[in-house]
Design a protein around this ligand. Structure first.
Ligand code: NAP
Length: 251
């Protein structure tokens, strides 16, 4: 019997890659979604005795995202003790001031990945686990950027604010006996996303020096330690009580 079903997006790099390693345990069936597979994760899962299915999908393509969500939902056993959906994949691009935001395809791709694909995966997940007498938890990896404005991040801040509000809506819909859901900011973490931020054009992103300084002065958290703290957070008895949260509140 499978104890835990875990579905994790953005598992190929950064915080997601570290969370995937923590989730791959005996008794867990882990589904991961990203554009690229991670061969070392497959080895890790084998060594740990976890079941792993890596799905290569561009989640900014909503038809592909929908197909992947359907495929996972139809494969879910109904007798697990625990069902987890972690919506972690995200992009900070396009970084541009409001006056420069003219690339409609880039704006749409970011909203698709950061918000719409989350809704599609969540919908299939909720339908698949509806009525089960099991522990059901959804964790949306959000950002402080959804809660505080940052010049040049009109798209990123708006997508994460949308993710936060969507999380609040689902919490209200699910009520006290349904699936639990949280939008959690992970802090500032040393991943490719931070490297992309440091490569921003200073004209488009006035806070560039601050982010370069975070890196130079060692203020970025290591993905493995943040992932371990997020997974511990996911296990909390009171998970879902605070639906808009920040892992730095638990330092
Ligand atoms: N790092 C930070 O300081 C920080 C701060 C606040 C919030 N966050 C949030 O934390 C989450 C993880 O960030 P990270 O720093 O770990 O990012 P990252 O290192 O850039 O990794 C992003 C992950 O998302 C996947 N991804 C990107 N575009 C995708 C697409 N179109 N379709 C499917 N998967 C896609 C990537 O895989 P592929 O490239 O293989 O597709 C990768 O596994 C994001 O939601 C981010 O907004 C990060």
């Amino acid at each position: 019997m499978t104890d835990t079903i875990a579905i994790l997006t953005g598992a190929s790099r950064g915080i997601g890659a570290a969370m995937a390693r923590g989730l791959a345990r005996p008794g867990t069936r882990l589904f991961t979604l990203a554009r690229r597979d991670d061969p070392s994760l497959a080895e890790h899962a084998r060594a740990q005795g976890a079941q792993l299915e890596q799905i290569s999908v561009d989640l900014s393509d909503l038809q592909a995202a929908s197909r992947a969500a359907e495929r996972i939902a139809s494969a879910l056993p109904r007798d697990a003790r625990r069902y987890l959906l972690i919506n972690n994949a995200g992009t900070v691009q396009p970084v541009a001031s409001g006056a420069e935001l003219v690339d409609g395809a880039a704006i749409a791709a970011a909203f698709n990945l950061n918000v719409s694909a989350v809704m599609l995966l969540t919908a299939r997940f909720l339908a698949a686990v509806s009525g089960l007498d099991a522990d059901r938890r959804i964790l949306n990896i959000s950002s402080g950027a959804g809660r505080n404005p940052n010049a040049g991040w009109g798209v990123y801040c708006a997508t994460k604010a949308a993710l936060d509000m969507y999380t609040r809506v689902v919490k209200q819909e699910q009520g006290p006996h349904g699936a639990r859901i949280v939008a959690l900011a992970p802090g500032i973490v040393d991943t490719d996303m931070q490297a992309a931020i440091r490569a921003s054009d200073p004209e488009s992103f006035p806070a560039l020096d601050k982010f370069r300084d975070f890196h130079a002065s060692g203020k970025l958290a290591a993905p493995a330690s943040v992932a371990a703290r997020i997974l511990a957070y996911l296990d909390r008895d009171d998970f879902g009580a605070t639906e808009i949260d920040d892992i730095r509140n638990y330092d």
